[in-house]
Ligand binder design. Sequence first.
Ligand SMILES: *[C@@H]1O[C@H](CO)[C@@H](O)[C@H](O)[C@H]1NC(C)=O
Ligand SMILES: *[C@@H]1O[C@H](CO)[C@@H](O)[C@H](O)[C@H]1NC(C)=O
Ligand SMILES: *[C@@H]1O[C@H](CO)[C@@H](O)[C@H](O)[C@H]1NC(C)=O
Ligand SMILES: *[C@@H]1O[C@H](CO)[C@@H](O)[C@H](O)[C@H]1NC(C)=O
Length: 498
Amino acid sequence: MWFLWLICLLLPNMIAGEDEKPPAQPNIIFILADDLGFNDVGFHGSADIPTPNIDALAYSGIILNRYYVAPICTPSRSALMTGKYPIHTGMQHTVLYAAEPRGLPLEEKILPQYLNELGYASHIAGKWHLGHWKLKYTPLYRGFSSHVGFWSGHQDYNDHTAVENNQWGLDMRNGTEVAYDLHGHYTTDVITDHSVKVIASHNATKGPLFLYVAHAACHSSNPYNPLPVPDNDVIKMAHIPHYKRRKFAAMVSKMDDSVGQIVDQLRKSNMLENSIIIFSSDNGGPAQGFNLNFASNYPLKGVKNTLWEGGVRAAGLMWSPLLKKSQRVSNQTMHIIDWLPTLLEAAGGPAAVANLSKQIDGQSIWRALVQDKASPRLNVLHNIDDIWGSAALSVGDWKLVKGTNYRGSWDGWYGPAGERNPRLYDWQMVARSRAGKALEALKMLPSQADQQRIRAAATVSCPAQSSKGTSCLATAFSAPCLFHIRDDPCEQYNLAKQ
Ligand SMILES: *[C@@H]1O[C@H](CO)[C@@H](O)[C@H](O)[C@H]1NC(C)=O
Ligand SMILES: *[C@@H]1O[C@H](CO)[C@@H](O)[C@H](O)[C@H]1NC(C)=O
Ligand SMILES: *[C@@H]1O[C@H](CO)[C@@H](O)[C@H](O)[C@H]1NC(C)=O
Ligand SMILES: *[C@@H]1O[C@H](CO)[C@@H](O)[C@H](O)[C@H]1NC(C)=O
């Protein structure tokens, strides 16, 4: 018996070998913006909306430049949480309305439940939008230990009510309780406060943290005040001529400030060195009055809830000291369904995802991202909407688009290009931002010259007139269109005939 006991004592040391102690599991902070367009962050080439905190993470991490999401909220969030395409969970058609008796099916195991099994403590701040007609559909029943935020798709940022289909109700919760006391507290601040509190009170001896920060920003609010934001923040955006675009910019800027506060708290809590931070939009931007909002997807085609690149190609980045090859722009194809296996592999190694591929659609991109290798994702199913008859599929650089969701109304190019002169982009602001300072302290912020190079590489431009191809609009109702996305990211030249 004694020698068995001896082997047990020695075994852990033998396995660890000469190596240093195995790295601790990383904290995972997933920040999801709502309705943010491709052109609404500084790192894609716009000098209009100051997003220095997000940009600091982008330049020191990996800018995901071929990163796809679902075209609208509920499908996108269901894909993030399950690792499955929305057509496989019944979530593919439009959103859950607040009074609908429907939700993400309970038999689906979701991201916090997977991570909890690996020892994580999971929390959510902000928007849920995956069902609440019975309590068991809500976050605390599906793996999250705390939730301060709302269950439906949008709300007023001050009174926290949602107006939808002739119904009007209050939707702000602390756990399962209605949070009447938060009345008048700006939603972005409520979400930031809970996030900061969760990080500050996190006890690492109880395992790593998974924090899902699902902002309301910059989704529009109710018709009586579609773009609520304090006047003091609007004044700072005086350089933007269009008044509603200016208000939208102020909402984005408040969210950027929230990102800075979260990074700063991770630094103060000594958690930043061992964290993965993801910033992503949930879908393309609603531009030019779509949903009463004024995002911009320039130069991409279409808007939120369309299958054009402007609807599904999202602003996104991943930041972590664990990424060996960061400070770069990635062309590695990735879809929002890939986060679940990617993060599980980061959290639990290859064994944690070994048996998943048969159950989900997502693929782990973790090693490809860490080592800058080819992405295993070759195809992206953008959606199949059986009710509207629209669908889109990318295979390598080719994309097939069938049908239209708005009978041609939103199948063009929208949203202002805005100021794009790199000399008018405030480089000092990046280093001075909270996130910039925290990353500088870790010696992870690249030089300004490198930031300029990275930003230029992340700027998408449309090719000049091509003799090949025709406009898709003429045929959209009768035949599918085919685009070569690498050469024609703006989907100007339908090559179906060729
Ligand atoms: C939510 O409830 C908890 C427990 O009662 C309380 O400690 C916390 O302060 C509340 N949070 C907010 C934002 O009201
Ligand atoms: C963290 O949890 C451990 C174990 O429960 C406890 O001993 C320790 O005091 C906690 N630390 C803090 C800062 O609360
Ligand atoms: C990414 O793709 C763009 C467009 O095809 C190309 O210009 C750029 O060189 C590529 N970057 C990398 C790192 O492969
Ligand atoms: C994966 O599946 C194999 C074969 O069914 C099984 O032996 C193994 O325990 C599974 N691994 C995990 C991590 O579930």
